[in-house]
Structures are given as structure tokens and as C-alpha cells.
Design a protein around this ligand. Sequence first.
Ligand SMILES: [Zn+2]
Length: 128
Amino acid sequence: MSDLKLCQGTKCHTYHTKDRLKGIKGSKTNQTRRRSSFYYGKGNFCSLNCQNDWFNDFGDRAINHFGRLEQAKHLTEDNAWVKDYDYDWRAKDNQHSNWRSVNKVTQEQRPMTEEQYNNDEYTLNTTE
Ligand SMILES: [Zn+2]
């Protein structure tokens, strides 16, 4: 059993690289890349090229499926909260500190815990 996953790029197998050439000697084929992790597209693509190929083939359908933006969004006090922290490159262990919410409209800052920082659900925003 392996935990390897396949690149989701629609044309990944069409790019000629040594590492894509797999199989028994004499009958090797260019194959979709398989790795334990990928850097692109939240771990779904082996390269920016493959991510772009996927978007060119499916991007419009994906946007329509999840809802195409029809009106401009506005940045207001209610949706301007972003997360921030201080980074100390001199410290050995605790390089991050002073986790906080910062309102990009009012510049108000409110402290938060590291757990809240890492929690994707946690936000002070009341509208999108
Ligand atoms: Zn790929």
C-alpha cells in the first residue's frame, strides 16, 4: 500500500521528463507523476504548468459550479479582519509570537491565540 497521489494535471503525462517514464524496459510509457506530496494547488499538482492545464480545462465549470461572482465585493469594517503575527528570526524555538487580528480599514488590533491563528474557521469578520 502506498500513500502516493497522482498529479491532477490533465496533460501531466504528455510532458517528457525522465521521472515520468515508467514501466518495464522495452515498454515504458510516459505516466502521470505520482508523489507523496505536491507543492502546487493545495497539493494537487506537480507543477504550475499542470495546475494551469487543469484550470484551462475545468476552471470555468468550477467557478460556475461554486458560484460566479456577479457583483464587486467591498472592503468594509465588517470584513476587513486579517490574521497577523510577529516573526523573530533570532529566536531558536518560538519564532512566532503576538498573534493578532488586524482590521485593514480601522487598523484596530485584537490579540488571539496561536490555536485561533491556525484555525481556518476563526475570524472576527461578520460579513464576507
Ligand atoms: Zn503534473
